[in-house]
Design a protein around this ligand. Sequence first.
Ligand SMILES: NC(=O)c1ccc[n+]([C@@H]2O[C@H](COP(=O)([O-])OP(=O)(O)OC[C@H]3O[C@@H](n4cnc5c(N)ncnc54)[C@H](O)[C@@H]3O)[C@@H](O)[C@H]2O)c1
Length: 260
Amino acid sequence: MRLIGKTAIVTGAGRGIGRGIAIEFAKEGATVIVATLVEEEGRQVVQEIADQGGRAVFVQVDVASEDSVRDMVRQAAEAYGGIDVLVNNAGITLFKPLLEATLEDWDAVMNIDLRGVFLCSKYVAAEMTKRGAGAIVNISSNHAKATLPDTELYAAAKAGVNGLTRSMALSLGKSGIRVNAICPGFTDTPHYRAWLESQGNAREIEQEVAWLHAGSRIASPSDIGKLAIYLASDEAEMVTGAEIVIDGGLSARLYHSRLC
Ligand SMILES: NC(=O)c1ccc[n+]([C@@H]2O[C@H](COP(=O)([O-])OP(=O)(O)OC[C@H]3O[C@@H](n4cnc5c(N)ncnc54)[C@H](O)[C@@H]3O)[C@@H](O)[C@H]2O)c1
């Protein structure tokens, strides 16, 4: 029970990685604020946590909207007397060739993936500062470090998240707030499944992706949740400003070829 007595906001917790983090946090005793856009998804996760004996509430939020974020933070702080942990997880993934990407595409990715992290961190850090303690965990991506063709928008947003993480860690350290980034690789979420199914040869790609990993499997949302627990807990007192890759060895390989 490493998060007992802690109140944690997890954005985008309606499905995928955010859902996995919310469920793992509740198992460790946290009261989880399932803060997400789609009410039905959020309420389902709250119910799932309650069924397992945990504590969670749903708060609707659009992380790209300042009014919405301000409102979410006010509700959470009033209900629980403060916020101990923020997980900035909400995000969209849009891969599009540079020459086809529009300004609307750029704004959509930046507004959710980067502005959302800025807004939630700003308003939650103001609450954490009052108590002189807190932990912020940003769900970035391995694309912040090494990427692929046609991923400019997403790679730029996630590299921005890592930059925000480093600077916030330095700015907020004296207020007792730690800030870290998790950089997941392939993770088995509805988004990943949809991408796989859109590929035509889904089964072949699934096997290829598994082969790229040291243990022949991709991460599950609960793998990411377990790392987030550590970063959110008091055990990580000396860990701040870090970018931790969790990709099952994907990025440890020098190059990818089955022939040599
Ligand atoms: N799945 C992967 O392989 C993978 C890998 C690396 C990083 N990530 C990152 O992990 C995070 C979660 O990814 P996922 O695959 O679970 O995605 P997902 O699409 O399965 O879930 C995203 C969640 O965020 C919510 N959301 C979307 N826009 C929102 C908004 N404006 N305000 C509030 N909530 C919003 C959605 O409703 C959904 O509940 C993202 O930041 C993503 O970039 C995912």
